[in-house]
Each structure stands twice: as C-alpha cells, then as structure tokens.
Design a protein around this ligand. Structure first.
Ligand SMILES: [Zn+2]
Ligand SMILES: [Zn+2]
Length: 535
C-alpha cells in the first residue's frame, strides 16, 4: 500500500499509522525502536469511551489517542486519561479496552490536572487535530516529493535561509520557537521524553529519521497546517513564479505579466534576476537578498518604448516633457535615451530640470530624486545622495527613514562597487581623452583639471578614488607632476623647432608663459632638461 510514497515519508507514515495501538492485530506494533516516543500507558478519552459504549455496546482503544504528543481528545477537547496498561505490555499481550477502562474510575489525576499540559491545551489540540488529519487523509496524499527541498524553499519564502538556501540554524530555531512558544515545545518534548535537537538536523540526511511529530511541527510553522503545507507549491525560483509583470508603462502587460526570467546571477548571497517582456522587449533587473527584495530597475526599455520615443521626438517634434508624458516616465529618462541615440537635448530644459524648491519640501520630491539616481547608477549610496541630491538624505531620514533604508545601499556592502569603479573609470577616461583631443593640451594634466572636465568635484573624486582601484590606477598613471608636464611641454617645443636649432630659456618663457614663481622653483630642472634636449 505504501509503495508510491517517498522513501523519506513512508517510514514516518507507517509510524503514524501504527504508532498508536490498534484494537486489532497487535502484531503490527512490535517496532520497539519507536517505543520511547510513545506514551508510557495506553490512553483514552472518558467521553469517547462513554460514546463507544452507548453506540457499540463496548469501548475500544483509539489509535489517535496513542500518538506521540496527544494530550487531549480532539473530539471532546478533553484531557486523555492514562489507563493501567503499559504500552510495552501491548507488544506481547492483548488488552481489550472494555476490560481495562472502568469509567467510574476515570476522573483520575490526569484529567483534572492543572499543570503545564493544561496551560498549553490549545497547542496540544492543534497538534492533535493535525495528527488526526494525517491519520484520516494521509493515505490519499501523494507523498512523492522531496521534503528537504520543499522545507528549504518555504524557509526561503519566510526569509529564514539565504537566497541560495544556506541555513542559519540559530535563526530557524528562534523563529520556530517564536511560532510554537519555547515553553510549549519544552512541555511537548518532555511529555514525549524527547531530547533530540532535531531542528538543527533539518538539512542533514538525518531528516529521514524525523518523527512524524517533527514534520507536523515544521509544516504548521511553515504554512499553518499540514494540509496547507501539502497544498503549497513554493517555487524553485527565488523571485517566485512567472510570468512576472512588465515594467514598461506603455506596454499592455505593464504591472500584470508578460515577463520571463531570462537569467539569475548569484553573488555573495545576493540574487540578481533579469526579466524580459516578450511583447515589448523591456528588460529589468531585481535584486534579492535574505529578507530584502530590491526595486525593479529597468536595464533596457525595449523596442516598443524606444520606437514610441523616436516617433514622439522626431516624427511629431514633441519636446522632452511632452514625450515623457506620452511615455509615462520622468523627463530624465527621455533625456538619457536621447543622449544614447545622439539626439540633441534642449538646452533650456537641461539647465534647470525643475525650478529649485518648487516642491522641495515634499517626500515625493525627495523620493523622485533618489529614484532618479537609482535609474542612472543602478544604486544609491549616502555619498551619491550627498552629491546628486543635497538635502534629500536629511529630509528622508527625518520623514520616511524606512523608505530611505530600503533604497540606500550601505557603502561598505556595495555588491557592484566594481561596476561603479568601471563606470567612474570610463567617465575619467572620456574626460582625459577629451582634454587630449579637444581641450587645452598645453595645460598640465592635473587632478583638478580632469575632475572639472569629468564633471566631478576635485575633493569628491579624490575621496572616491580611494575606494575605486581601477580608477585610482588610471589616474595615478595619467595625472602629471610639474616635472612631467614641463618635460612634455618643453620636449614638444624642442620638436617644433626647425632642425637642430637649440631650444632656449627665452623660447620656453614665451611659449609656456610660466609664472615667475614656477620658473624660479623649477629653474634647475628646466636647465638640465634643455641641455639634455639640445644634445
Ligand atoms: Zn473524546
Ligand atoms: Zn511589456
């Protein structure tokens, strides 16, 4: 009968089914290895016994009442009474319930006791109801699934294990104890004579040796009941089940469906999922780490959106604000796409994106600023806020700290700090290239000059360079010292002279318009250099 059950649960189910003592073939309960978890004496419910006698003329042992953890009758909510029959005796002898249970005697100490067990009556009844459900429905359940995997996925849904399923047993224990109550568990385990710290064996092969009651406790903890656990279908994908909603505001699938999960990257316990809409091509990414799901960030707006943008800007000659209105996005998004496509951005708009202060004291305004930075850099840190949206950190930390925390990445924990480094490097390289091709090539290539051309504040760049190794290496290589600059310039002056005409101090003074101070300080160096070049 149990052939179809998973090997893991078959044994458990057998145990549930036979764990109690049936009134009939007693030869089936000879499994002494599970004896320690059985109640020491056969139990009965006085009310059930009365009912049995009234209906059948005699009473019998109820299997349900003999299960581990059964303290109350689920039908009568009545405390079960211990009979005089010891469980171990039933392996060799048959005791008819009718002979043993003498109802006149049944108001024993147990029933009227006010002890730890009574204090936890509701929870014992819950366990009882779950065991009863298993006893009645267990045979028609398809047990053929991987318990460990299902537990792991549900723990992940509850944010108790990491995205990749790594367990923190202290946390699992804490949350499990929170759910059941530590005192109840203590009472339950001691009622069952159980001292096993099984919750810490959740992922080990030990799971096959779990008692049914462990599974019942776990299933309730995870989904509220055994039935709900069995009916649940936690997804393999940490981002849940598809289809995922499209994020393109002008796509018919926006906010509902349309997206497939195209890729998931895992790094340091962080999963980054990529989702693309079949219909409009829009691609977004979302980050998930234990206990936290990031915002959806659009990586690529897709052909429908960009097509519509070109139609608005080029065919209909709309301005940025009107286009943004049609595309249901911020003007900033339109602008950055225009730049990518090489379209000219209206000067007027660019200089003052929003009249400063027009709604600067609303949370909405500040949040928009944060999201704008998000859109541009895919992350927001404190220093980015300070730089791109002064005042916003102060405002939001006062008015909506929770929102701010959710959107801010702690500098030290930046997963894509390397990416930021690469971006900064690109920006700096472009600035240096511009200087070398179109800027004032004769000027010393100083840190400050590069920073200004790159649109960065010198101090800011000096600070961020410390945390950006690629950028730092590049800057260290290209920034010129005074001596390097003089050598480059004077070498060029020498090269521009006809043939072997020597270069003179006068030439240098004329060509380079050196300040007297500079000249004085580097007099010896310049002189040595001239001699070397004139050789
Ligand atoms: Zn009863
Ligand atoms: Zn779409």
């Amino acid at each position: 009968m149990a052939m179809a059950y998973s090997p893991v649960f078959r044994a458990e189910l057998e145990c549930v089914m036979n764990g109690g003592v049936s009134a009939f073939p007693l030869d089936r309960i000879g499994e002494t290895k599970s004896l320690p978890s059985w109640p020491k004496r056969l139990r009965y419910c006085p009310d059930c016994a009365n009912e049995d006698t009234a209906i059948h003329g005699e009473t019998y042992w109820h299997r349900l009442h003999q299960l581990p953890g059964m303290i109350y009758c689920t039908k009568h909510s009545m405390r079960l009474a211990d009979s005089r029959v010891a469980v171990h005796e039933t392996t060799t002898n048959f005791y008819a319930a009718s002979d043993v249970i003498i109802l006149e005697d049944s108001d024993d100490d147990n029933i009227n006791a006010h002890d730890d067990l009574t204090y936890h009556k509701a929870k014992f009844l819950k366990i009882g109801k779950e065991s009863e459900w298993l006893l009645n429905e267990g045979m028609s359940v398809d047990w053929n699934f991987d318990f460990q995997t299902k537990y792991k996925r549900l723990l992940r849904e509850k944010d108790i294990v990491t995205i990749q399923g790594v367990a923190d047993y202290d946390l699992i224990t804490d949350r499990f104890n929170d759910y059941w109550g530590e005192d109840f568990l203590k009472t339950l385990y001691s009622a069952m004579d159980d001292t096993r710290d099984w919750i810490r064996q959740l992922y080990a092969a030990r799971i096959v040796t779990f008692k049914p009651i462990y599974h019942i406790l776990l299933m309730c903890f995870l989904k509220g009941s055994v039935k709900a656990f069995l009916e649940s279908d936690p997804s393999e994908n940490p981002f849940g089940k598809g289809p995922w909603p499209c994020e393109n505001p002008i796509c018919g699938h926006c906010g509902t469906d349309g997206c497939k999960n195209t890729e998931i990257r895992y790094l340091n316990g962080v999963a980054t999922g990529f989702f693309q809409c079949d219909r409009c091509g829009m691609l977004y990414k979302q980050v998930k780490r234990k206990g936290k799901t990031g915002n959806r960030l659009i990586v690529n707006y897709g052909h429908v959106w960009t097509g519509e943008m070109s139609r608005c800007l080029i065919d209909k000659k709309m301005n940025v604000a009107e286009t943004a209105g049609i595309l249901k996005c911020t003007p900033h998004v339109v602008e950055s796409h225009m730049k990518k496509l090489g379209l000219r951005v209206e000067k007027k708009y660019f200089r003052s994106p929003q009249p400063i202060g027009w709604k600067s004291e609303t949370a909405e305004f500040h949040k928009e600023r944060v999201l704008k930075i998000y859109e541009q850099y895919q992350e927001v840190t404190f220093s980015m806020l300070r730089k791109h949206a002064p005042g916003t950190y102060a405002y939001l930390s006062k008015h909506d700290p929770a929102w701010l925390r959710e959107h801010l990445i702690h500098e030290s924990r930046r997963a894509d700090s390397r990416e930021a480094d690469r971006q900064l490097l690109k920006q700096i390289q472009a600035a240096v290239e511009w200087i070398q091709n179109e800027g004032n090539k004769e000027r010393q290539l100083t840190f400050g000059y590069i920073a200004r051309v790159a649109g960065e504040k010198e101090q800011e760049l000096k600070y961020s360079k410390l945390k950006r190794p690629l950028t730092k290496t590049y800057l260290d290589a290209v920034v010129e010292s005074r001596e390097e600059w003089l050598r480059r310039r004077i070498t060029a002056i020498r090269r521009n002279k006809d043939g072997c005409e020597p270069v003179s101090i006068a030439d240098i003074k004329r060509e380079m318009s050196l300040k007297p101070n500079t000249y004085r300080r580097y007099h010896d160096f310049i002189k040595r250099l001239i001699d070397e070049l004139n050789k």
